[in-house]
Design a protein around this ligand. Structure first.
Ligand SMILES: [Zn+2]
Length: 240
């Protein structure tokens, strides 16, 4: 598998980042850097000549809607999180500044991929996903969460209307903001961390990328930096 992923990474001219937290449990989860403009986003991973694993992406709409994948062929894929117990597929999320979040139980029974921009984060998408994990009987201490590269508080300036929106949803909204030079900066990481903590996920079960997509715009696509150029990095998790 290692060799296969290495080849795939080269073919896509990108770099895959493997959260150490997942590696400790042999969970296949990764965040890509830029998929260059001359490559299409892949929709399968070729394992052998006769075996291709599908990559399932939702039609992302900045919602808090979670899709449970029981078959490879979903008619309506509108939503911003995927979860599955199925094997032989990869769940994927596309991002360029929003935060990609990958989730797995320690035994890899249930996995999930989440796209959380400010809208999804405020609407509690991670909370919704984790609720499903808990409702299926998994304990908070069994759930592992990796938060990938996204625009960070060094660069993510937000306007007052977003701050007002945040206020409506979270009493402790000030914790998610930094006030600097008369401007507000939002931490997507902290809003999502709060949702995980609320549901009792231990801090040691969380992994955070230190990369800011805007600062490292030579490595990552950033909607803020690259403006109208709608390109993405991909984040994948699977049971193969
Ligand atoms: Zn930055």
């Amino acid at each position: 598998m290692k060799e296969l992923l290495l080849n795939w990474e080269r073919t896509l001219s990108t770099v895959f980042i493997y959260p150490s937290l997942f590696q400790n449990f042999q969970i296949l989860g990764l965040f890509s850097q830029k998929i260059p403009f001359f490559h299409k986003i892949p929709y399968t991973l070729k394992i052998e000549a006769s075996l291709e694993i599908p990559l399932i992406f939702p039609h992302q709409i900045h919602s808090n809607h979670v899709l449970e994948i029981n078959s490879h062929f979903l008619k309506n894929r509108k939503g911003d999180a995927l979860i599955t117990e199925k094997e032989a597929l990869l769940l994927g999320i596309k991002t360029a500044d929003c935060i990609p979040i990958l989730i797995s139980t320690q035994n890899k029974e249930l996995i999930g991929a989440v796209h959380a921009g400010w809208r999804g984060s405020i609407k509690g998408i991670l909370y919704n996903v984790l609720k499903i994990f808990l409702n299926k009987g998994f304990k908070p201490k069994e759930i592992l969460i990796a938060m990938g590269p996204h625009i960070k508080t060094c660069c993510y300036e937000v306007k007052e209307d977003l701050v007002e929106e945040l206020k409506l949803h979270f009493e402790n909204y000030k914790k998610f903001l930094i006030f600097r030079e008369k401007k507000f900066f939002l931490s997507l990481e902290k809003i999502n961390l709060f949702q995980a903590c609320e549901l009792g996920i231990p801090f040691k079960n969380l992994w955070f990328s230190s990369d800011c997509t805007f600062c490292l715009n030579h490595l990552y696509w950033s909607h803020r930096f690259h403006k109208k150029n709608k390109r993405y990095q991909i984040s994948l998790i699977g049971k193969l």
